[in-house]
Design a protein around this ligand. Structure first.
Ligand SMILES: Nc1nc2c(ncn2[C@@H]2O[C@H](COP(=O)(O)OP(=O)(O)OP(=O)(O)O)[C@@H](O)[C@H]2O)c(=O)[nH]1
Ligand SMILES: [Mg+2]
Length: 208
């Protein structure tokens, strides 16, 4: 019998593909894309490292505002499945300059609103915070999105830093988030890799 560890999806190739401050300047949409959005410091870049099992693939930082452009990575699994993973800059970062703040919304919405190969958007929230105004707005924005895509974009809520709450509080915390957001919720930890398999399974399902 195969152990749980062996059935974990294994990434055989992962590398930086392209980066841009506008969706228009990104390379043409050629394969399924999964994007990761959320407020600054929530753990988007750490999640990408955990998902690809490459600790240094994406730059992470204790200081909010680390990722400042749309960064696209390519990942290939053992069975040949390939997808683009898209790290978006964080929103809700108070110390950012006014001019920069003004560009953030259009950059994120420009990408999410137009990319025809987008198959899933993971909205990350810290498990210790509920969905706030920005997350609800993002969900609204995605529901109102009209793009000539062959498939609707799957929306997932990913509750990050799950390692920071005691094990017995995790299930109730996730249930509460699910009720508040009316979205599927996956608990995730960039530290321990918890949630990695469930997330890969969901993403692959969304690509088909
Ligand atoms: N304990 C714990 N810490 C985490 C986890 N994910 C991220 N962190 C920490 O949180 C901080 C921010 O992580 P990043 O991955 O850079 O966050 P980000 O969302 O990409 O931030 P921006 O690029 O600023 O939008 C870092 O110090 C990480 O080590 C997690 O699952 N558990
Ligand atoms: Mg980041």
């Amino acid at each position: 019998m195969r152990s749980e560890k062996e059935s974990e999806p294994r990434v055989v190739h992962a590398e930086f593909y392209a980066g841009s401050v506008t969706a228009k300047q990104l390379p043409p949409p050629v394969m399924a894309e999964f994007a990761f959005a959320g407020r600054s410091n929530v753990g988007k870049s750490s999640l990408l490292n955990a998902l690809t099992q490459r600790n240094g693939l994406v730059r992470t930082s204790r200081t909010p505002g680390c990722t400042r452009q749309i960064n696209v990575f390519i990942a290939r699994l053992t069975d040949g499945f390939e997808a683009h993973l898209v790290d978006l800059p964080g929103y809700g970062f108070a110390a950012r300059s006014k001019a920069e703040k003004g560009e953030w919304g259009p950059m994120i919405e420009g990408y999410l609103g137009t990319r025809i190969t987008l198959r899933a958007l993971c909205i990350l929230i810290d498990v210790r915070r509920g969905p706030e105004k920005e997350e609800l707005q993002l969900i609204e924005f995605m529901r109102a999105r009209v793009v000539q895509s062959p498939k609707p974009v799957e929306l997932l809520l990913v509750a990050t830093k799950i390692d920071k709450i005691p094990a017995n509080e995790r299930k109730p915390a996730l249930a509460k988030l699910k009720q508040k957001s009316e979205l599927p919720v996956i608990g995730f930890s960039g530290e321990t890799g918890e949630g990695r398999k469930v997330l890969w399974d969901r993403l692959r399902g969304a690509a088909l």
